[in-house]
Design a protein around this ligand. Structure first.
Ligand code: FAD
Length: 476
């Protein structure tokens, strides 16, 4: 099958019923929950997002380590919103927002669409931050998207495969060393799962190597594991990680990353190298670039992490029709967690309903903290809920129930439970597949560089044809 070439085009999305137009940027927690909250409103809702799915990011690490499939944590947004007659879902990366003209411009493979709005909710989230060292990304992928998780799955399982083939002991050690950078919840969960993979799941699968000899290192420049959970739970988590075979190295600042390993500087100023084929970056976030675009036009401050300061009602100064929610907004030092985005999205939707109905505005946005949780291994988690602190099995059960509640879709909940049974009661992992395209995808895009950018903006080739050129494989 040959791939057709795309034509560059720009169109204004003038369709609608004449009702007020609400445009929502992003189909993550903020965007999706805002859209759902508008389901019975007398408005036309358009959700514009650069992916066609809603992503449940907290379980990305389970996709990366073969527990869950990507479909379970990333249902198609249009399927989720299918029953909502007043809502349309449109794929596209928003490249510009014009606050004066009240328009949002999005593009996908050279097709540019201008979406006029009466009310706008921006919930474009955040990406990975390498603290100014973006070159690390090639060797230490982050975990922000399905692409990241599938690439990591390929790298993790691939490292064991290559170790089975290797004969040089130093090379085997390098292939069986996994470094996770960042000892927050994502890093802890990722390191814990790689340890379980090596020590339980893969234990009997190889003949030349012993997977239980894999070294899993969790490192952080900070002196604590899970600092936001407080000292006691952080210490417990650290001890538990040690028990399942994770080496925790704190006060270790990453100074360089390359294909073969990672260089770290300890608090005593000593620089040392860890040879490791697989490096995973779970440290730091950078808010969507749209924050800067909105800041320039509204005068709202944008912090170093790219988050835009919002008014107490989550709007921009001088623009009561523009609401910013979730990871890309900054207000009262609220954390970048799903509940802030969900509650913010619902609040913005409610404000819009009130404004359009001529009702009195609600008071300032108040965040209700429902607590935080992180799993360490099967049957072990830590949970910090109000004044209560849980650890071990009780915390793990709580974690299980809460995550199941928030997974979108009944079907996904059922299959998730089945996969959890396979992995947690048994030793298996049902999702160990990593296709060659997934493993080579990033390489192809990197080698393509500017050509891929041209194709995105409507050049002679589209991304699919181009990927084919580089890898020599047909992708469509
Ligand atoms: C690995 C990981 C684990 C996490 N674990 C937890 C946890 O256990 N508990 C917890 O509470 N929080 C957790 N979080 C944080 C939580 O997922 C975020 O706080 C939450 O997703 C923020 O919601 P959001 O709507 O602001 O952004 P997102 O959910 O990131 O959604 C952003 C949306 O905007 C779209 N988008 C981005 N840029 C553009 C653009 N230019 N044009 C169009 N669309 C765009 C994206 O495609 C996406 O649909 C985790 C995050 C990660 C990455």
């Amino acid at each position: 099958m040959t791939t057709s070439r795309s034509q560059a085009s720009t169109a204004t999305d003038a369709r609608g019923s004449g009702r007020p137009r609400v445009v929502i940027v992003g189909s993550g927690f903020g965007g999706l929950f805002a859209a759902k909250a508008l389901r019975r409103s007398d408005v036309d809702v358009t959700v514009v997002a650069k992916t066609s799915h809603h992503l449940f990011q907290p379980l990305l690490y389970q996709v990366a380590t073969g527990i869950l499939s990507e479909g379970e944590i990333a249902p198609a947004t249009r399927e989720v919103l299918r029953g909502q007659r007043n809502t349309r879902v449109m794929m596209g990366e928003v490249t510009d927002i014009d606050l004066a003209a009240h328009t949002v411009t999005s593009t996908v493979l050279g097709r540019t669409t201008v979406h006029p709005y009466d009310e706008l909710i921006v919930a474009a989230g955040a990406g990975q931050s390498y603290f100014g060292n973006d070159r690390f990304a090639e060797f230490a992928p982050g975990m922000k998207s399905i692409d990241d998780a599938l690439e990591l799955r390929g790298r993790i399982f691939g490292a064991f495969e290559l170790a089975e083939l290797a004969t040089d002991p130093a090379e085997i050690d390098r292939l069986l060393t996994f470094v996770v950078v960042g000892a927050g919840p994502t890093g802890v969960e990722m390191a814990g799962q790689i340890a379980e993979l090596a020590h339980r799941t893969l234990r009997r699968d190889f003949r030349n190597i012993d997977p239980t000899e894999a070294r899993i290192i969790l490192l952080d420049a900070a002196p604590k594991v899970l600092p936001s959970f407080g000292e006691k739970l952080g210490d417990r988590a650290r001890r538990q990680l040690g028990e399942i075979g994770v080496e925790v190295q704190l006060g270790a600042m990453v100074t360089d990353v390359d294909a073969d390993g990672i260089e770290v500087k300890d608090t005593d100023g000593q620089v040392r190298r860890i040879n490791a084929a697989t490096k995973i970056w779970a440290a730091g976030v950078q808010a969507s670039e749209l924050g800067r675009i909105l800041g320039e036009q509204s005068g709202a401050e944008v912090d170093r992490a790219g988050r835009i300061s919002v008014q107490p009602d989550l709007t921009l100064p001088g623009h009561p029709e523009v609401h910013v929610v979730g990871d890309m907004m900054s207000l009262n030092r609220l954390p970048g967690v799903a509940q802030v985005a969900i509650q913010g999205g619902r609040y913005a939707a409610d404000q819009i309903k009130r404004r359009l109905a001529g009702r009195e505005a609600r008071g300032p946005f108040v965040y209700h903290d429902k607590g935080s949780m992180a799993t360490i291994s099967r049957f072990h988690a830590v949970a910090d809920i109000g004044k209560l602190r849980f650890e071990g099995f009780i915390a793990w059960m709580l974690w299980l129930v809460v995550h199941l509640m928030y997974i979108v879709g009944f079907k996904s909940r059922i299959t998730t439970v089945l996969h959890w049974l396979v992995s947690f009661l048994g030793r298996g992992r049902s999702q160990r597949v990593a296709t060659q395209q997934q493993v080579y995808g990033r390489l192809a895009l990197e080698q393509l560089g500017p050509q891929f950018e041209v194709s995105k903006s409507g050049g002679p080739k589209d991304g699919v044809v181009a990927a084919e050129d580089v890898t020599g494989r047909r992708s469509a």
